[in-house]
Design a protein around this ligand. Structure first.
Ligand code: PMP
Length: 301
């Protein structure tokens, strides 16, 4: 669970988090039209640093464009706001969440007013990182929304309801999480994470098209290439997944989470050697200690 810091940035000013409200009959809540993105900050060599904040803000702006939410702030302002809330919270490790939502208090399908509010908040993870590898379930009828129905690139609240129900079903079936399938029955992604597996020594992840362009996904692909690990973005049939040599999920909120089993079959090693190597390289990179990728780190103070 993540706890929001006492102060957040609202439309250009720092305000008390507890003073902010969301109208229960408003568009963001009743239609799920709120758009968001989640980045991270880390204790690094020269202080506290945002990791790939520009990429998170660029994706946030793209999501808002897809959903049709006008944004009154540009990329620089949104990155600066993140640095301000992280510096203000006084912590060295956590998440930063950008949100934009219609201020319409009526749920009309197309809001009559298109004016929006923007918040940027630092959030602190309360739970210790999970030690055990995760157990994944897949179901023939738990699939990603078709891209023609809703672009997988839009990080919009409403997109998470189907995946939430699928995760609950996975937990009821004795697993920890679900990997949703695409229309062809190949792997797409988990509710809030991308999926990777190692097949015949090649690090493999589903191509873009059905999945969010995860920033950790892209980071891991770049780090693997720089480590000389062969990579491919290629459709993964469900049957190949449970035969993987190793597998993991990637997301900003937990970085790399090794997968221990798929549909009840244990994978040979979790974390496997490639997973461990990438997890350790990613941690080094986020601390600003990776000379090849030092431009991904921006110090806040
Ligand atoms: N897929 C979905 C649907 C997500 O919500 C997330 C979390 N943002 C991810 C993948 C992982 O993306 P990232 O590595 O950018 O956190």
């Amino acid at each position: 669970m993540a706890i929001t810091a006492p102060m957040l940035w609202l439309d250009g000013s720092l305000v008390e988090t507890r003073s902010t409200t969301m109208p229960v009959h408003g568009h963001a809540v009743q239609r799920g039209s709120l758009v968001f993105d989640v980045g991270s900050f880390h204790g690094a060599r020269e202080g506290v640093a945002l990791f790939r904040a520009r990429e998170h803000v660029a994706r946030f702006m793209r999501s808002a464009r897809i959903v049709g939410l006008p944004l009154a702030f540009d990329e620089d302002a949104l990155v600066r706001a993140a640095a301000a809330v992280v510096a203000e919270c006084g912590r060295s490790e956590g998440l930063v969440r950008w949100s934009v939502y219609f201020d319409a208090t009526e749920p009309d399908l197309l809001p009559r007013s298109t004016s929006t509010h923007v918040t940027v908040a630092a959030q602190i993870l309360e739970d210790p990182p999970r030690a055990a590898p995760i157990r994944i379930a897949t179901f023939d009828d738990a699939r990603k929304a078709a891209p023609e129905a809703l672009s997988p690139e839009a990080k919009v609240a409403a997109a998470y309801v189907g995946p939430m129900i699928a995760r609950r079903r996975a937990i009821a079936a004795g697993a920890d999480d679900v990997v949703l399938l695409d229309r062809e029955g190949n792997l797409a992604e988990a509710p809030i994470a991308n999926v990777f597996c190692v097949l015949a020594g090649v690090l493999t992840t589903p191509p873009l098209g059905y999945v969010l362009p995860g920033i950790t996904r892209e980071t891991v692909l770049a780090l693997a290439r720089s480590e000389g690990i062969p990579v491919q973005e290629k459709a993964i049939p469900r049957t190949a997944f449970s035969m993987s040599e190793e597998a993991f999920l990637t997301a900003t909120s937990f970085a790399i989470a090794p997968i221990g089993s798929v549909d009840g079959s244990a994978l040979p090693s979790a974390p496997g050697p490639i997973t461990s190597r990438l997890a350790s390289r990613l941690a080094t990179t986020q601390r600003g200690e990776d000379p090849d990728f030092s431009n991904w780190v921006a110090y806040v103070r």
